[in-house]
Design a protein around this ligand. Structure first.
Ligand SMILES: Nc1ncnc2c1ncn2[C@@H]1O[C@H](COP(=O)(O)OP(=O)(O)OP(=O)(O)O)[C@@H](O)[C@H]1O
Ligand SMILES: [Mg+2]
Ligand SMILES: [Mg+2]
Length: 580
């Protein structure tokens, strides 16, 4: 960007590293990157893209109708004022950034004038949507951190959130950039506006939007395939990845995607964390709210890989990162940097970057965190709550002696168990089950298909943590000891203090399994199991588990006079390795 005085203006907190234009080789690798991204199915069809635009147009009209109805009927405003009250939608998330894939949602913010309330939104807006034949799967989530109406509009998933401004009308020209707009708003509205303000600011802060989009598409696909795309589990979420890519775009303002991606990995691999990634200087603003500042706030000093959102009030988008997830992300940056270097010199291909993660073959031991309940609605909330706390388990595991790394997997595995007797249901609630009682998450097992009658249906979600256990000292014969009872017990206590926790209808159990005992569903797409070298005899580690672990359970069952043949012998063995 050329300024009048001949100086070049740059975007970002430092000048660019290079302002050079693409070389023929960079153009070539960018073309092959776009080809690969297309082959990998990251772009939606033209038909879907048009349908999204139509849907957004309709949604905008509906929001105006909603504001008008509330203005006239509830607030009794004169006709002219009600018409002028306006109302407008803004998109954010991957759709706004232009990096969404087929079938992903449109994150939409509905902005209204001050006389329209959140209750009106969940009441009148919901009613309007409910009456439309094009709308399906309409649900209100009123008690979330950011309350939302979820729906499918002409088969496009929509997340509709709400913000009410301190203005008498919301005209079509209104923008959300001004920090003063946030004055006198409640916290929920500020949070709801934040997503849109951040995405818009990111787009303003990148020198070339097309280069940014292609690069981000590549980084998102890579991060998803390598299982490091998840804010909740302590990796990076969509906004964090977008900001990282945006920062590299700022450093190479004239570069195209192929060059940006390869520099992205090289720079991120060498980044001196905890130096924060910033897209612009952190701003002060009109609110009494916390802005990220490690000089003032002690907690902010513990952020291991801080990536700071650019819109006021700036926050750290990566505060969930732990020592373990940091190591894993860095390991992936290193792997990717090597591949990208090979691609640049012609000795490798982009497809190598997108190879699937090896989480379920990488480790010899895993923790299973089994969350259970007796209804699908309860399971959704209960497993979501446990999931949001797993990073605390990881932090606690990090202090366990002989444990090099505790690696959380990005998602849980859901199962529906059709139990044919009460004992089976009790077992499943206690995390004891095999595949025979299970149906696929989405298929309800009809009773006609089974020999036995389903007495109770139990829902489980299993999360996994890979354990990297340090090697024994050469010369010692004793097994390494891994005492995970404190972290697991503390974790179980932590999740059980949840105000909606109910002992009768919800269960949580942690156990450790060998890689050979992992269930088949974790090996998608025909991935093979780990094959351990048979030549070298290994001494298995001695794992001291949660006091309510399997052994205790068995003792209790014996004591209660329950038949031991109900047990799955393989699992018992797995849970009582040498020494327990
Ligand atoms: N649990 C949450 N708490 C707060 N904000 C959230 C939460 N989930 C999503 N958001 C906000 O909504 C935005 C969009 O989230 P979404 O899950 O739709 O991801 P996305 O980046 O749009 O990717 P996708 O293409 O998969 O939809 C996020 O960038 C974030 O601002
Ligand atoms: Mg989205
Ligand atoms: Mg969404």
């Amino acid at each position: 960007m050329e300024l009048q005085n001949g100086q070049t203006k740059h975007l970002g907190v430092t000048p660019p590293i290079a302002v050079t234009y693409p070389t023929p080789r960079e153009i070539e690798v960018t073309d092959s990157l776009v080809q690969e991204l297309t082959a990998q199915g990251t772009f939606e069809s033209e038909e879907e893209s048009k349908r999204r635009e139509v849907v957004l147009g309709k949604l905008d009209k509906l929001v105006k109708e909603f504001v008008y109805n509330v203005s006239r009927e509830k607030k009794k405003l004169p006709e002219a004022d009600a018409k002028e009250a306006g109302g407008k939608i803004f998109t954010f998330g991957s759709y706004r950034l232009g990096v969404h894939g087929a079938g992903t949602d449109i994150d939409t913010l509905c902005v209204v004038p001050r006389h329209v309330t959140r209750e009106d939104f969940f009441d009148e807006m919901y009613r309007i949507l409910k009456n439309l034949s094009e709308v399906n799967e309409l649900t209100c989530v009123t008690d979330a951190y950011v309350p939302v109406i979820k729906l499918r509009f002409q088969d496009i998933p929509i997340d509709l959130i709400f913000a009410r401004l301190e203005l008498p009308k919301v005209p079509d020209e209104l923008e959300l950039r001004e920090n003063t707009l946030l004055k006198n708003l409640d916290e929920t509205c500020i949070r709801s506006l934040n997503g849109s303000r951040v995405t818009d600011e990111i787009l303003r802060l990148v020198p070339s939007i097309p280069a940014f989009r292609t690069s981000l598409r590549c980084i998102k696909l890579w991060a998803k395939r390598r299982a490091i795309y998840s804010n909740v589990m302590g990796f990076f979420g969509g906004v964090a990845w977008a900001m990282l890519v945006a920062r590299i775009c700022q450093l190479y303002p004239n570069a195209i995607a192929g060059a940006i991606v390869s520099r992205f990995f090289r720079i991120m691999h060498q980044w001196k964390w905890p130096q924060p990634v910033l897209l612009k200087p952190i701003e002060d603003g009109p609110l009494q709210v916390r802005v990220w500042n490690p000089k003032i706030y002690h907690g902010d000093r513990f952020h291991l890989m801080p990536i700071i959102t650019p819109a006021y009030p700036s926050m750290c988008a990566t505060h969930n990162v732990t020592q373990s997830t940091k190591k894993i992300i860095e390991r992936e940056f290193e792997r990717a940097a090597e591949i990208a270097d090979h691609v640049m010199v012609g000795s490798g291909k982009w497809a190598d970057l997108f190879e699937k993660h090896d989480f379920f073959i990488r480790y010899r031991y895993y923790l299973q965190i089994i969350v259970s309940s007796d209804s699908s609605e309860r399971q959704l909330k209960w497993s979501g709550m446990v999931e949001s706390r797993i990073r605390h388990l990881i932090s606690k595991l990090e202090s366990v002696e002989n444990l090099e790394l505790a690696h959380p997997f990005v998602k849980g595995f859901d199962k529906i168990h059709h139990c044919t007797n009460d004992q089976m249901a009790t077992d499943v609630m206690h995390g004891i089950f095999d595949s025979t009682s299970v149906t696929d998450k989405n298929t309800e097992l009809s009773q006609n298909n089974t020999d036995a009658v389903t007495v109770r249906v139990i829902y489980t979600t299993t999360f996994y943590v890979g354990l990297d256990i340090s090697r024994r000292d050469p010369g010692t014969k004793a097994p390494r000891q891994l005492n995970i009872s404190w972290p697991t017990q503390e974790f179980i206590k932590l999740v059980k203090v949840w105000d909606k926790y109910d002992e009768k209808s919800m269960g949580i159990h942690i156990k450790h399994v060998k890689s050979s005992e992992l269930p088949p569903e974790v090996f998608e797409d025909g991935q093979k199991r780990r094959e351990d070298s048979k030549k070298r005899k290994r001494v298995p580690p001695e794992v001291l588990e949660d006091g309510q672990g399997k052994r205790e359970e068995l003792k209790k069952r014996k004591h209660d006079g329950l038949a031991e043949k109900d047990q799955n012998p393989k699992k018992i063995k797995s849970n009582s390795p040498n020494g327990i």
